[in-house]
Design a protein around this ligand. Structure first.
Ligand code: MHO
Length: 199
């Protein structure tokens, strides 16, 4: 899906997504960095609640959102169209989704389908990249998520990263927070926090 900044915002705004993290995967280079990722590909890892968002929906959104052709590999494998599956269930769903898309005339993506074999986190400045363009948002969020790790794991930060990129709006996020399985105090804190941010 190209540079990992955008897919993180695209999927991070979806109800059912619990956490998004960007990193490097698929290659053999031992300690990849943005400057030296070697044969790895920029990758998004999505933790999700399958009772709200299905793997099938994720796979469809993946192919709806980019041109999965590997002709333009001007940067080696950095932007390879690549999809990792965690188990036989996901592998099977991928095959079904591809079959259905083919029947609907949506073509046959050149995406490489590979079993997941590790994912190495990208540098902090690449995590929730669009959200980090808004210092006031980061400052407010730090009252609830004081460390880089807490921000990295935050569902609210994933949604707000989608908002920063223009993929969702505050009303949708606030409505969703009302449904989150959290205690009333935390819910109130997250709602207030979302309202206070100056974009
Ligand atoms: N340097 C490109 C892509 C960044 S992405 C993390 C840009 O500025 O859009 O590969």
């Amino acid at each position: 899906m190209g540079c990992f900044w955008s897919p993180e915002a695209l999927f991070g705004q979806l109800p059912g997504v619990i956490r998004t993290r960007v990193g490097y995967a698929g290659g053999t280079t031992i300690h990849p960095t943005y400057r030296q990722m070697g044969d790895h590909t920029e990758t998004l890892e999505i933790d999700f609640d399958p009772t709200i968002l299905s793997f099938e929906e994720i796979a469809n959104k993946f192919w709806d959102s980019h041109k999965p052709s590997n002709i333009n590999d001007y940067k080696g494998r950095q932007y390879q169209s690549l999809l990792f599956y965690r188990d036989g269930f996901q592998q099977e769903i991928i095959e079904q989704v591809l079959e259905k898309r083919k029947k609907l005339g949506k073509g046959e993506p050149e995406t490489e389908l590979v079993p997941y074999a590790g994912f190495q986190l990208a540098e902090d400045n690449h995590q929730k990249y669009y959200l980090k363009r808004y210092p006031n948002a980061i400052e407010r969020l730090s009252t609830v998520y004081p460390s880089p790790d807490e921000l990295l794991n935050s569902t609210l930060a994933a949604r707000l990263n989608g908002l920063a990129k223009g993929y969702t709006n505050l009303e949708r996020i606030k409505n969703e927070i009302q449904q989150w399985p959290t205690n009333p105090h935390t819910r109130q804190t997250l709602l207030e926090l979302s309202t206070q941010i100056r974009w």
